[in-house]
Design a binder for this molecule. Sequence first.
Ligand SMILES: [Zn+2]
Length: 427
Amino acid sequence: MSMLIKNGKLLTENGFETVDIFIENGKISKIGPQLSSDAEQIIEAEGKLVAPGLIDLHVHLREPGGEKKETIATGTLAAAKGGFTTVAAMPNTRPVPDSKAQMEWLQERIQETASIRVLPYASITVRELGQELTDFAELKEAGAFALTDDGVGVQSAGMMLKAMKKAAKLDIAIVAHCEDNTLINKGSLHEWKKAEELGINGIPSVCESVHIARDILLAEEAGCHYHVCHISTKESVRAVRDAKKYGIKVTAEVTPHHLLLCEDDILGNDANYKMNPPLRSKEDQEALMEGLLDGTIDFIATDHAPHTRQEKAEGIELAPFGIVGLETAFPLLYTNLVEKKMLTLKELVDFFTIKPAKAFGLPYGELKPGALADIVLIDLNQEEEINPDEFLSKGRNTPFAGWNCKGWPVMTIAKGKIIWEKGVGKV
Ligand SMILES: [Zn+2]
């Protein structure tokens, strides 16, 4: 099987270059101007950005156990529509992938139903209960991409240190949702203006930053790769920045919503603004942008967290935490950061491709001969409104409905095969 993508706009250090990309047997074989070939399939990409397939290392596909919210099939199709060709699936499912048997079941399910590559996380502790470590060696062998108890923090420092030492030996990353349960304060929003205004309990910044500071010191002791999920406070950014200065092997991700919104943007008692960690203060939002620009924060991940309409209709206090993100991440950030000159297009693409790949040593995220043909074509010019009714995800829970965006993916190719095409849908 061969394919030729013609006249795509490739990003280079000096702007755009118009190139053709020749794909054979799922891999890129040539990139250059006006390639002649007898490809079986020809794709005209004139005027479209041609970029490596995007990578999102933080998504909740909800299967098994949460199929009303999302499945591996619907979540990966939503990802393909968003331009992603690789996602990493969080383990806070029911059951949790915390054993070899469960991981093998998950791998089989991914094989059967996913449209793009899914890297499964395994949990750090059995059932994510924080009581007993899982068998890391067995889980790694069964295909676990990294280890995390995302959804909850690992409360015991002793347990975390033990986990990190084991992970260091096996060369597998510890990925942390940082939240100290004694500081949550039964909160639903950031502990500040909005929570007070709505009479709702607030989650203080220290709830996150204290865990990050603790874990950084533990990671220094253990010598493992420690990754911070969805960083949200200025103190957290400072802690990670300091850790990097001292050569501690820590990486961090930030979500599109924490970059684009703060508590001042919350409209009324709408649970589409409820996520964990919560939208923080304007100062925090600015510190996250600064951290992203100076390399403290390594990449962007969506924390795609679908819920049903009924669940999210319960109001801020009762509804579950989380918003969807896969289908809106790139256009939102292109329109609100690149077009507003806060990031260059190259930086944005890198934060979704080579940066997450490098942080975890993955062989994806670059367009070059020999690489797997994971490619997205993006229309940077056409403007469209975000309409949750058009999502392929089962989740409609987004605070960005109605936002006008440019930079929409129009075709997603994974391993040389068209997975999704605008106007055609699943191919
Ligand atoms: Zn989390």
